[in-house]
Design a protein around this ligand. Structure first.
Ligand SMILES: NC(=O)c1ccc[n+]([C@@H]2O[C@H](COP(=O)([O-])OP(=O)(O)OC[C@H]3O[C@@H](n4cnc5c(N)ncnc54)[C@H](O)[C@@H]3O)[C@@H](O)[C@H]2O)c1
Length: 320
């Protein structure tokens, strides 16, 4: 198969690139930064002493649970911090990858916010592969913050990347998918697209929009033989927190802790994503914490609300 992955240089995108490559697929990694050859995509094991929460919000909820008071300063500018130190193969060295062609991995610079970059990606895929089997809209950044603390500029920034990045990528490739009457669009949303904890308004909103857009895409393109899945993981270890921006430093510290102390790796999530694609799941819940949280919301709304309100109460302790 021929697979394009945005945000493929780090974290889940890099893990997916490895997983697709390992089964013989050709991969085009599209990212702001080239992948680091041989480098892990994020922390490979939970930090020393990290807990192994069985619930996605356990770190919020555990009495006296660890809540760090500081977070590393956000990088300047509006882009994710570079996660790469060495270039991968230039995109134009990749060879055509029809069914019989040898699998290749290539890198193309792409900012998911840029229409021109998406046009260039479509051109690359057309020239080198003559079509595409899987589009993975995965690139994303971390954000959030309490309603009266997060700024509208932060909302604009996260929306342009986490939502419009998915929309732009889908719009770029849908004409090709329709023409070839096949294709699979996999959008990395988040558990935050299904359950919506306090303090994460902008992140929750854009991820919920990605879930809605993915379902819409699946319905709209089903008659063309095109499928769509939304991936909704809980916290797992990647470099995501390096992209974190925002005025709400207290909330950012909590999110950083939850990502960095997760017992789940990006490779764990990638393997579950491929299994979910095999089944054709419209919503892929790739880890136990995500399945539990979504299951609780569906089966016992009162208990879910109680958990969420308890988490919200903890945010009050952060002060302004
Ligand atoms: N790590 C988690 O706990 C977690 C949980 C749920 C969902 N997610 C989602 O998983 C996806 C992947 O994130 P990750 O955790 O692997 O983080 P990561 O920071 O390790 O990887 C994100 C990649 O996206 C790239 N990127 C950022 N902005 C971009 C842009 N404008 N154009 C192109 N590429 C861009 C980065 O350069 C990076 O390579 C994101 O959509 C994130 O919201 C992560």
């Amino acid at each position: 198969m021929r697979v394009l992955i945005t945000g493929g240089s780090s974290g889940l995108g890099a893990a997916l690139a490895r997983a697709f490559s390992a089964r013989g697929d050709s991969v085009l990694i599209c990212d702001l930064n080239p992948p680091v050859v041989g480098a892990p995509s994020g922390a490979t094991s939970a930090p020393e002493g990290a807990g192994a929460p069985s619930h996605p919000f356990r770190s919020f909820l555990a009495p006296g649970g660890p809540v760090p008071s500081t977070v590393a300063p956000a990088p300047s500018g509006s882009e994710a911090a570079p996660s790469a130190a060495a270039p991968a193969s230039p995109a134009d060295t990749a060879s055509p990858a029809g069914d019989a062609a040898p699998a290749t991995t290539a890198y193309l610079h792409l900012d998911v916010r840029s229409e021109d970059d998406w046009a260039a990606a479509l051109d690359w895929v057309t020239r080198n592969w003559g079509g595409l089997d899987v589009l993975v809209n995965n690139a994303g950044v971390a954000g959030g913050g309490r309603i009266d603390v997060a700024t509208l500029e932060e909302w604009e920034w996260i929306t342009q990347i986490n939502l419009f990045g998915v929309v732009r990528g889908t719009r770029a490739f849908v004409p090709m998918f329709k023409a070839q009457r096949s294709g699979y669009i996999v959008n990395t949303a988040s558990l935050a697209g299904l359950v919506h904890p306090a303090g994460m308004g902008s992140y929750n909103a854009v991820k919920a929009a990605v879930v809605a857009f993915t379902e819409t895409t699946g319905h709209e393109l089903a008659s063309y033989g095109v499928k769509a899945s939304a991936v909704c993981p809980s916290y797992f270890r990647t470099n995501l927190v390096s992209s974190m921006q925002g005025a709400d430093k207290g909330l950012a510290a909590i999110i950083s802790h939850l990502v960095e102390s997760s017992p789940v790796s990006a490779d764990d999530i990638a393997a579950a994503v491929l299994a979910g694609m095999e089944r054709g799941d419209e919503i892929i819940l790739p880890d136990e914490a995500a399945r539990q949280a979504w299951g609780l919301k569906q089966s016992d709304r009162a208990a879910y609300d109680k958990v969420m309100r308890a988490q919200a109460a903890k945010l009050e302790a952060l002060g302004e």
